[in-house]
Write a protein that binds this ligand. Structure first.
Ligand SMILES: Nc1ncnc2c1ncn2[C@@H]1O[C@H](COP(=O)(O)OP(=O)(O)O)[C@@H](O)[C@H]1O
Ligand SMILES: C=C(OP(=O)(O)O)C(=O)O
Length: 366
């Protein structure tokens, strides 16, 4: 045992025992693991993603590891929220597993995230927050218990929630990565093979201050953006996702919600307002019509202009003052992707071996 916490699941007896933690996230994510076993057996794909739907019925999925923006970006005043974290994609479309949200509330501010702020009322469970005992006023900036403070509320506390939480087949599949190296573009359009490559890789980065011992940006690869929850080989989920995206004509996107203009420490996190503009342009279809160019090393298609976002930030190569440092960091991240993918090179994905070849070729090239 490397930890005093354990989550033990007996699938046959349908029992889960959680030891050494009282964090509510373990309960919902523990059951999410069970869903990753039960659903694929019924040809239903379980997804570690947020999900929302536009007024025209266009559905978007937001895959990403913790802290990459699933809750923040799927909670959108102009769209119906289907759910912020756990979904299924069946032959009938998408459905939410939970019926509620589990939002981070560290530094929560009414102006920045009004829907989440307003959802915190009687009936919401606040976890690990610090509050004044007599007035019961919460100090969302207080990190003395942990940074991981949470608000769990029923989905109907979000005014534009889609009840029941179901929707048609997704039109856009957005992969969120919080890249603390600052070399992934704010947005890239992916072909199917690239979508699978990045889905199987499941990249994000930890920054100093998030975990013990992290002093500089550290790449984390979590297959299918949820290695802790998947029960079958990652390529099984990837094959199902590829088949569904192909069948329903969904477009894949990679969105960096992390650093720009340099790595953590020298650059800064991409403004949430810019990420929201990018997401709006994906939903509206405007980004599909943009002009694109290809980046070096990762071979990503990036738009040359996008309304509401300064064009120079769309290509990270422009934003780094030190060009050599940019190239070195890009190659460093490319190398980490390549090394991580080595374990997958011998697996066939789907019934078509062409797709396997294409996925292997969709990684960094240098
Ligand atoms: N550009 C950005 N895009 C998305 N989130 C951002 C951005 N900049 C800062 N953030 C913050 O990062 C956090 C993302 O967390 P969250 O949405 O809960 O992620 P997840 O649901 O994937 O775990 C939020 O606190 C959000 O305000
Ligand atoms: C519950 C969790 O998921 P998220 O952070 O994505 O809400 C977690 O990872 O602790």
């Amino acid at each position: 045992m490397t930890s005093s916490t354990s989550i033990d699941i007996n699938l046959a007896r349908r029992e889960m025992v959680i030891l050494g933690t009282q964090y509510a996230g373990e309960m919902k994510k523990g059951l999410f693991g069970v869903m990753h076993y039960l659903m694929p057996k019924r040809q239903i794909l379980s997804l570690h993603s947020g999900c929302n739907m536009g007024k025209e019925g266009d559905v978007a999925l937001f895959f990403g590891l913790s802290g990459t923006g699933k809750t923040t970006l799927s909670t959108d005043h102009n769209r119906y929220l289907i759910g912020d974290d756990e979904h299924c994609w069946s032959d009938h479309g998408v459905s939410n597993i939970e019926g509620g949200c589990y939002a981070k509330c560290i530094d929560l501010a009414r102006e920045k995230e009004p829907d989440i702020w307003n959802a915190i009322k009687f009936g919401t469970v606040l976890e690990n927050v610090v509050f004044e005992e007599h007035t019961r006023e919460v100090d969302y900036t207080d990190k003395s218990v942990t940074e991981n403070t949470r608000a769990a509320y029923p989905i109907e506390y979000i005014p534009n929630a889609k009840i029941p939480c179901v929707g048609p087949h997704p039109k856009n599949v957005i992969l969120l990565a919080c890249d603390a190296f600052g070399v992934l573009p704010p947005v890239s359009k992916l072909n199917l093979a690239q979508t699978m490559y990045h889905f199987i890789s499941g990249y994000t980065a930890l920054v100093a201050g998030t975990e013990d011992g992290i002093k500089e940006p550290t790449a984390t690869f979590s297959a299918c953006f949820g290695a802790a929850f998947i029960m079958l080989h990652p390529t099984k989920y990837a094959a199902m996702l590829a088949e569904k995206m192909q069948k329903h004509g969904a477009t894949g996107w990679l969105v960096n919600t992390g650093w720009s203009g340099g790595s953590y420490g020298s650059g800064s996190r991409i403004k949430l307002a810019y990420t929201r503009k990018i997401i709006d342009a994906i939903h509206s279809g405007a980004l599909l019509k943009a002009e694109y160019k290809k980046t070096e090393v990762f071979g990503l298609e990036i738009p040359t202009a996008l309304e509401g976002v300064p064009s120079e930030i769309l290509d990270p190569a422009n934003t780094w003052p030190d060009k050599k440092a940019h190239k070195d960091t890009l190659l460093k991240l490319g190398g980490l992707f390549r090394k991580n993918f080595e374990v997958f090179t011998n697996y066939k994905i789907g019934s078509d071996s062409n797709l396997t070849e294409e996925i292997l070729a969709a990684g960094p090239n240098f």
